[in-house]
Design a protein around this ligand. Structure first.
Ligand code: HIF
Length: 288
């Protein structure tokens, strides 16, 4: 058995309890360190877990969360990853405290912790990722470009092995966090509670009227009612495309169905391309 740092931990085989301790430490830090945007680093931890995983290419088996190659340039400097150093740095003290966990397990576990602590669904998670070196960095261009349409969404997420329903389910994670002009160029939150995981993203897509924002930044949408929210072109594509829209409407109506289908798709995302040796997943306990 090897957990990625054979020398330091040749005799230490972590149990579910040990991973629960890592979860608890991340959850504790999420409360303690509240100097991020709307008061929680949770959203940017979810984005880190997703960008680490979303480089997967099913044809070549390359990319995915195994490896944590975003620690290295060039991957850390890919435009899509702008701002994620904040998330990686947030997790560094956790890595110091639990040196036996690999970065790739830590980053994905942090995404799970953030979703659960921000009142989202349980995300069953399993360990087994190995950190790899700079040679395993993926080429630029594997993560989605928000200025594009449904064809692009299907190309990018199809390359990872997702179907239409899963693509829409995943998209609900944009109920968390916001865009930053100094990272992506876009600006603002998707809904009124960016630190609570809800199905609001879908409800707003269906019920709100969205207009092009008048500004000097990249093309994005703003809600006509308050002009404080935003949608990316790729978000609006989910209601422009009939097949996608069916699922948007289902999730807007039924939060329980969304939570279940999101959880399944997010579990799949975090496991893409990982050569697990165990089938067993842990459902870690939330802190409250
Ligand atoms: Fe995002 N996403 N995402 N995203 N994302 C941003 C922010 C977050 C896309 C673009 C952007 C997913 C899919 C896509 C989160 C989680 C997920 C930003 C703003 C952009 C531009 C970055 C910034 O400026 O800080 C595109 C084009 C996607 C494919 C359609 C996933 C489904 C929704 C896979 C997903 O889980 C989260 C969380 C954030 C907020 C980060 C923050 O710092 O608050």
């Amino acid at each position: 058995y090897s957990n990625g740092d054979a020398k330091a931990s040749a005799t230490f085989v972590p149990t579910q309890d040990d991973y629960q301790k890592v979860y608890n430490e991340i959850a504790r830090l999420l409360v303690e360190k509240d100097d991020y945007d709307d008061g929680s680093y949770g959203p940017v931890l979810v984005r880190l877990a997703w960008h680490a995983s979303g480089t997967y290419d099913k044809e070549t088996g390359t990319g995915g969360s195994n490896g944590a190659t975003m620690r290295f340039a060039p991957e850390s400097d890919h435009g899509a990853n702008a701002g994620l150093k904040l998330a990686r740095d947030f997790l560094e003290p956790v890595k110091q405290k639990f040196p036996w966990i690999t970065y790739s397990d830590l980053w994905t576990l942090a995404g799970v912790t953030a979703i659960q602590e921000l009142q989202g669904p349980a995300i069953p998670w399993r360990p087994g990722r190995q950190d790899r070196d700079v040679a395993a960095c993926t080429p630029d261009g594997r993560l989605p470009d928000a200025s594009k349409d449904q064809k692009h969404i299907r190309a990018i997420f199809g390359r990872m092995g997702f179907d239409d329903r899963e693509m829409v389910a995943l998209s609900g994670a944009h109920s968390l966090g916001r865009a930053h002009t100094d990272r992506s160029g876009y600006d603002g939150p998707w809904d009124f509670s960016p630190t609570v995981f809800t199905n609001e993203f879908f409800r707003l897509l269906v019920e709100e009227k969205w207009a092009w924002k008048k500004w000097n930044g990249p093309d994005q949408f703003t809600d006509k009612t308050t002009k404080t929210l935003m949608m990316l072109p790729t978000d609006l594509a989910l209601v422009k495309d009939k097949e996608f829209k069916k699922h948007v409407e289902r999730y807007a109506k039924d939060s329980e169905v969304f939570f279940k289908e999101f959880s399944d798709a997010f579990v799949k995302l975090l496991e893409l391309g990982v050569p697990f040796t165990s089938e067993e997943r842990y459902t870690l306990k939330t802190s409250s």
